[in-house]
Write a protein that binds this ligand. Structure first.
Ligand code: AMP
Ligand code: MG
Length: 274
């Protein structure tokens, strides 16, 4: 259960992604990890049920990674088994005209979860300090301000009942190429291939720097970042699930008190029988 502490980016600390092993698997085998994941998913389902019943707070999970990093796979593997009544995915693509005509946080705020809900951001408002920065889509003067604006936004969410957890799925450049190759070899995955996967790959180091800055500047007590070793998909899913469980268990959630007199109903309609 140490993954929460192992992978959290301590607020104010420096992040050197080159020093973090994307192949890390905690000495586990795939079989062991999948066994544990199956148990974790059951726990997660129970915790989600409680969050939904309680209707007191929301959970926002942001997933970021380089192309091929495994955001879609994490959503399927960890969040797929959740009750769809109470969870939702929002994907952040290139902004539409309407989105572009608003401040960059508008579309993120629009998609934040309601009380009792879990919302997963597949990419997020962080694109505005990642692709926007690396691709020079807006002047530096503008995107430099985004870090503070993101922190203010996330503080606002957290002070109003929305818990924010952010996962950076960390893969190696070689693993990315292997995954792109797998996509080429599998006709069912051709639709996923984008020219930009390859052009952005040439900017690997610039992306790494941009990710490091986002992780350093925006990992806070109220909205922490976690760097998840993700070359092994099964370890990635296990680690994300463990962190979610630890976080949700620490909330010490309670089912709401019944709105009826349970004993009286049992007496009246079931002769008091249990
Ligand atoms: P995918 O997640 O593979 O469907 O790709 C979505 C694409 O939209 C990625 O290339 C992102 O970098 C891009 N994207 C997401 N947010 C923004 C943004 N704010 N500005 C420009 N491009 C973005
Ligand atoms: Mg893509």
């Amino acid at each position: 259960m140490g993954y929460y502490q192992d992978f959290i980016v301590k607020p104010g600390s420096q992040v050197k992604l080159r020093d973090i092993d994307p192949d890390y698997k905690d000495g586990l085998t795939k079989e062991k990890a999948e066994e544990q994941l199956a148990k974790n998913l059951k726990k997660l389902q129970a915790l989600q049920e409680m969050l939904y019943a309680e209707h007191k707070r929301a959970l926002l999970v942001c997933l970021q990674a380089i192309d091929g990093g495994g955001k879609d796979g994490t959503i399927r593997g960890v969040f797929g088994p959740l009750n769809p009544q109470g969870s939702r995915v929002a994907s952040f693509k290139q902004p539409s005209t309407l989105e572009r005509d608003h401040d960059f946080l508008w579309r993120a705020h629009r998609d934040t979860p309601v009380l009792g809900e879990i919302c997963i951001f597949n990419r997020s408002h962080y694109e505005d300090v990642l692709v926007v920065r690396v691709r020079n889509l807006r002047p530096e003067k503008i995107w430099r301000r985004h870090y503070d604006q993101i922190n203010d936004f996330e503080r606002n969410l957290s002070e109003n009942g929305t818990h924010v957890l952010k996962f950076f799925l960390h893969i190696s450049k070689e693993e990315q190429l292997q995954r792109f190759k797998d996509r080429l070899d599998d006709p069912a995955k051709h639709w996923k291939i984008a020219e930009s996967d390859y052009t952005e790959r040439e900017r690997w180091d610039e992306y790494r720097k941009a990710f490091e800055d986002a992780l350093e500047k925006c990992s806070t007590d109220y909205a922490p970042w976690f760097v998840i070793p993700s070359n092994k998909k099964w370890f990635r899913n296990l680690a994300v699930s463990e962190i979610l469980i630890k976080y949700l268990e620490d909330l010490d959630m309670k089912y709401p008190k019944p709105q009826v007199d349970v004993d009286a109903i049992r007496k009246k309609y079931f002769n008091g029988k249990k």
